[in-house]
Design a protein around this ligand. Structure first.
Ligand code: FE2
Ligand code: FE2
Length: 137
């Protein structure tokens, strides 16, 4: 396993998870309009999930003997719902790319915990993408 590359990608994913947590929570708080309650609740739910992903990534980094980053990727919240959803879809796509790369870099027999953690997060990010695609008009 290319340990250095894996650590770099795990940290990069962590900065995105942190930013996404902040973005979803903020969007849920500032959203207005007829769908603000339903979509706001969905965004809050997703924010909690991203926070959990960040925790999982930190644990994997520590298990690899690394210190997890505290850096946060750019947080672009957006003003109107459509723009918010577009931003979210773009960042989820970026996250999916990173997790897919990680899946290729982590041999299953080297660390099943790391492998399955990445696989589980990837599943949830793909589901996020499906949900966001359906919310967009
Ligand atoms: Fe996530
Ligand atoms: Fe996500």
């Amino acid at each position: 396993m290319d340990r250095k590359k894996v650590v770099k990608l795990l940290n990069q994913a962590l900065t995105l998870e942190l930013a996404t947590y902040i973005r979803y929570s903020t969007q849920a708080a500032v959203l207005t309009g007829p769908y603000s309650v339903t979509i706001g609740d969905k965004l809050k739910q997703m924010a909690a999930e991203e926070l959990r992903h960040a925790d999982l990534l930190r644990d994997r980094l520590v298990a690899l003997g690394e210190r997890p980053t505290t850096e946060v990727a750019d947080v672009d919240v957006g003003n109107k719902l459509k723009k918010m959803l577009e931003i979210n879809i773009n960042v989820e796509r970026k996250a999916v790319e990173i997790y897919k790369l990680l899946m290729r870099l982590v041999p299953k027999d080297e660390s099943i915990v790391l492998y399955e953690t990445v696989e589980d997060i990837l599943c949830e990010e793909e589901k996020d993408l499906e949900d966001l695609d359906r919310l967009i008009e």
